[in-house]
Design a protein around this ligand. Structure first.
Ligand code: 4AD
Ligand code: MG
Length: 436
């Protein structure tokens, strides 16, 4: 694509300009010189391409000027595109003219050598330029693009809820408190309670927004601020909301395989693997989980919540995502609808990713009956005053309804085979990190 006479590296790499004279602009990722040739690797945000500058083919002054170029300097280059198998990406530009826009300072902190994770987190503002981060961030963007597409194609309306709230959705232990003038407010853990209000206005809705959890534990799958893809639908039961997740993920897997195959491949997730992980996803009940874990000699009693250790063990039994349904009432938040056929369990479902990743979505059917909601609020020791507006929803036009929340970074970490969730987001927020 051409912008003000400049072309994108990605379109050069897809063969659109072979033999043609082009102008590009970008960052100098790397440079070396050999004999009378400078080899540049130039990155423009769409791709990276080798450019060669030959003595005698450019003004001598420019050739000498190029010697002082430092890593991450920004440039405009004019040259002719050649197919070249030896070049990374298969194409190179033979430079005819160069214009230096910014000569970067010497000593770019991220050298082409090994750096420890803390160093890279401290220099995240620069590390996001790395090839690996570029790929992850692109997959992430395409994931959300495809997810939004699915919601739009299926009659869902995007809806936004407040971030500053007063009633906890997922329990008090992970709430962040913020000073709100002369009083206190919390940061939202989920849009859900507001979404339940909004379905009476819009029917089927979704959002993509940050959620906050004051997670006190250091784990490889918890952020304190994460992006939450959530959906809520009127007239939808547990089975219906599981089907929504399956259809959504089928669309997303197909889109990713088509739109970012090279990125996935080089992150260690060839698109064929996504094809293999297509829905339908198996459904196992919490009761069955208890049996499976007992067989695997994992200490786990009926009524315990699934933690990461148990989930990791459980994922050994599956090679694609699977639902765990009907969690005990005691381990789920107050709004989960107890199963009318068996009050000790809820109409809930978590989706777990294979390969040790575990929970990627949580959701299910909500309580729609006023008395039942009041009872559950009381049983959980919550103050009904805090939930007055939410309780009202069961007074005026209550409907059976369900929803779910998907942790964007959890899914990206799994799809991109990351060791730690922090790399699924540009600037991770962790128990010990809010900088940069
Ligand atoms: O299971 P959770 O707590 O469910 C809810 O918040 C529901 N109100 C969602 C809904 O029904 N609308 O969170 C949903 C998902 C989890 O399955 C997980 O993928 C992700 O959010 N998640 C986190 N991701 C990163 N860091 C954390 N600390 C997370 N906590 C939850
Ligand atoms: Mg959960």
């Amino acid at each position: 694509m051409e912008k003000n006479g400049f072309v994108d590296v990605s379109s050069i790499l897809s063969g659109c300009y072979t033999g043609e004279k082009v102008r590009i602009r970008g960052w100098l990722d790397n440079m070396r010189s050999s004999g009378g040739i400078h080899f540049f690797l130039v990155r423009d945000g769409t791709g990276i391409i080798q450019c060669t500058m030959k003595k005698g083919k450019v003004d001598n002054e420019k050739f000498e000027e190029a010697r002082k170029l430092t890593q991450e300097s920004t440039l405009e280059l004019t040259g002719t595109v050649q197919e070249d198998r030896r070049a990374p990406g298969g194409y190179e530009i033979r430079i005819e003219d160069m214009n230096i826009i910014h000569l970067a300072e010497e000593g770019y902190p991220i050298a082409k050598k090994y750096h420890g994770p803390e160093f890279l987190l401290d220099h995240r503002h620069l590390w996001i330029r790395s090839e690996k981060m570029q790929k992850i961030l692109r997959v992430r963007a395409k994931f959300l693009e495809a997810a939004r597409e699915w919601f739009q194609l299926n009659g869902y309306t995007e809806f936004h809820s407040p971030t500053l709230i007063t009633a906890a959705c997922e329990g008090g232990s992970t709430l962040f408190t913020v000073k709100y003038f002369n009083t206190e407010a919390y940061l939202s853990q989920s849009w859900q309670l507001y979404a339940e209000a909004a379905i009476a206005s819009l029917g089927k809705i979704y959002t993509v927004a940050p959620s906050f959890r004051a997670e006190k534990s250091r784990t490889r799958r918890h952020l304190t601020e994460y992006w939450h893809l959530e959906a809520e639908a009127a007239w939808c039961d547990l089975e219906c909301i599981m089907k929504v997740q399956e259809d959504l993920l089928a669309h997303v897997f197909n889109a990713l395989s088509e739109r970012v195959p090279r990125e996935l491949e080089s992150l260690g997730r060839p698109p064929e693997e996504l094809a293999r992980m297509m829905p339908p996803f198996e459904r196992i009940s919490y009761d069955e989980v208890v049996d499976i874990l007992a067989k695997k000699k994992v200490k786990f009693n009926w009524g315990d919540d699934l933690g990461w250790t148990e989930e990791q063990k459980l994922t050994e039994e599956f090679d694609k995502p699977f639902f765990v349904t009907h969690f005990p009432t005691g381990v789920k938040a107050f709004y989960h609808k107890p199963d009318p056929a068996r009050q000790s369990v809820t109409l809930s479902a978590d989706l777990l990713a294979p390969e040790g990743y575990g929970e990627i979505t949580g959701g299910g059917q909500r309580i729609d009956d006023l008395e039942e909601l009041l009872r559950r609020i009381e049983e959980e020791g919550l103050n009904p005053k805090d939930y007055e507006w939410y309780i009202d929803l069961r007074r005026y036009g209550s409907v059976p309804h369900s929803g779910f929340g998907l942790g964007v970074e959890r899914v990206i970490a799994w799809l991109c085979k990351l060791n730690h969730i922090r790399d699924a987001i540009a600037f991770p927020r962790l128990i010990n990190r809010v900088y940069p």
